[in-house]
Design a protein around this ligand. Structure first.
Ligand SMILES: NC(=O)c1ccc[n+]([C@@H]2O[C@H](COP(=O)([O-])OP(=O)(O)OC[C@H]3O[C@@H](n4cnc5c(N)ncnc54)[C@H](OP(=O)(O)O)[C@@H]3O)[C@@H](O)[C@H]2O)c1
Length: 397
């Protein structure tokens, strides 16, 4: 029986993980849960799954959840809050496997501490690897633990890599759906609305990752993730647009053989793969191979989607630059969702913040958080200069 902690249980990945756990009650069990501000959903999940510990982002929400759970008769569930609460959830002695699915850097401390505590970590949260990949991967190596990617592309690469050794890899090919604006002329990018950008053609996801998919920043983050997870330079990671999202990614070996992974577009499958690793266990998520007719591919247009180019630059520079990339993007995406800046201004703000960021290496998670706060401040200032409103950008709901 694997005892599981979910960081971000109320989100899209968190709920999918609970659905997988529900399907395999004899294999997986929920030990602890961490959510943000959705008290209703957190209380409902806690009363169903009866975790040892439930964490919420803020103290007032934790107080409400504690009272409700007590009223419902669940006095034994410990309710905690904040970054320390999330760390408690991630490092609890009864946890074997941590699903890291908090959006943004809010999940960083807990993910890093889970790795330090010797837990097996399934990583959905890509921002952790983007901003502190060097530190997290080094710690996992020290602990002798594998980081299991849940992000579908890296999960696919992880599966393909079972077909060869790292030194036999020529290229990692990450596929990209191209997002909703693949065929939209660049001249129309200034008038893209929030509603249009949230309409992803193939995946249903949280708001930030959906906008990041529309700008191709999400693919850029995945390039950095791949570099960190598989210890390869950015020049060995290629992006190819594949609108059907049928092939989740590929690995090209030195002899010219290419292995690809394809399956249904359902995040429960990479979650199941990670939870069950190194085993494979039966599921009902069948891909209708007989219905497959054609697969399209084309190179990405870096001039139309500058976020991808910026991410390659950050991947090569490493350290502070990937922090600036992520922080500026998070602030800019939140501002776009609040209709304070236009869609085409997201890469402009990211580029301006990166240009103002000196290259520097990372010694600790605290240093990462300091640099992240500085980059965020800079990005907020830039948003304020561009938008009419004067209030600071809030976190993405
Ligand atoms: N969705 C996908 O298909 C997908 C695929 C690949 C990778 N990912 C990555 O997985 C991560 C999660 O994505 P998602 O789509 O599941 O996002 P989401 O639906 O927006 O969920 C985010 C989760 O994080 C929680 N959260 C936010 N701030 C928090 C804080 N300060 N403390 C504790 N919890 C906090 C939220 O809690 P509340 O809802 O309670 O506020 C929610 O449970 C992201 O890094 C994303 O890039 C997602």
């Amino acid at each position: 029986m694997k005892r599981i902690a979910i960081l971000g249980s109320t989100g899209s990945i968190g709920r999918s993980t609970l659905s997988v756990v529900e399907s395999y009650p004899d294999r997986f069990q929920i030990a602890t849960l961490a959510a943000g501000g959705n008290v209703e959903a957190a209380v409902e999940q806690a009363s169903h799954w009866k975790p040892r510990v439930l964490s919420l982002a803020n103290e007032p929400d934790a107080d409400i959840a504690r009272t409700r759970l007590r009223d419902l008769g669940f006095k034994e569930i410990e309710v905690v809050h904040g970054a320390a609460g999330t760390v408690q959830v991630a490092t609890h002695p009864e946890v074997d496997f941590v699903v890291s699915a908090i959006v943004g850097v809010a999940g960083l401390q807990a993910t890093y501490q889970a790795v330090r505590a010797g837990k097996t970590v399934g990583l959905a949260n890509k921002e952790c690897l983007v901003v502190a990949g060097e530190l997290i991967v080094a710690e996992a190596r020290k602990q002798g633990k594998t980081l299991l990617p849940i992000d579908s592309e890296h999960n696919a690469v992880h599966q393909c890599l079972r077909g060869g050794r790292m030194e036999e890899v020529a290229h990692i090919w990450l596929t990209a759906s191209g997002g909703p604006f693949l065929k939209t002329p660049k001249s129309e990018f200034t008038s893209i609305t929030v509603e249009q950008a949230l309409n992803h053609p193939t995946w249903k996801m949280g708001k930030r990752i959906t906008i990041d998919s529309a700008t191709l920043m999400n693919k850029g983050f995945e390039v950095i993730e791949a570099c960190r997870l598989f210890n390869v330079p950015a020049s060995q990671v290629q992006v190819i647009v594949h609108p059907q999202s049928t092939i989740h990614s590929m690995v090209e070996f030195v002899d010219g053989s290419i292995l690809a992974q394809f399956s249904v577009t359902d995040m429960r499958l990479p979650i199941l793969y990670a939870l069950a690793h190194p085993e494979r266990i039966p599921s009902d998520m069948r891909f209708p191979v007989m219905d497959l007719r054609h697969l399209d591919f084309c190179p990405p247009d870096m001039s139309k989607f500058p976020c991808l180019r910026l991410a390659y630059q950050a991947a090569e520079a490493g350290g502070a630059m990937t922090i600036a990339l992520n922080a500026a993007d998070e602030v800019a995406v939140a501002a776009f969702l609040e209709e304070r800046i236009g869609f085409d201004e997201i890469p402009q703000i990211v580029e301006d913040v990166m240009s103002a960021t000196p290259v520097g290496s990372l010694e600790s998670i605290n240093k990462v958080l300091v640099l992240d706060a500085e980059a965020r401040q800079l990005a907020n200032d830039m948003v304020r200069q561009r938008s009419r409103s004067v209030s600071p950008v809030r976190a993405i709901p």
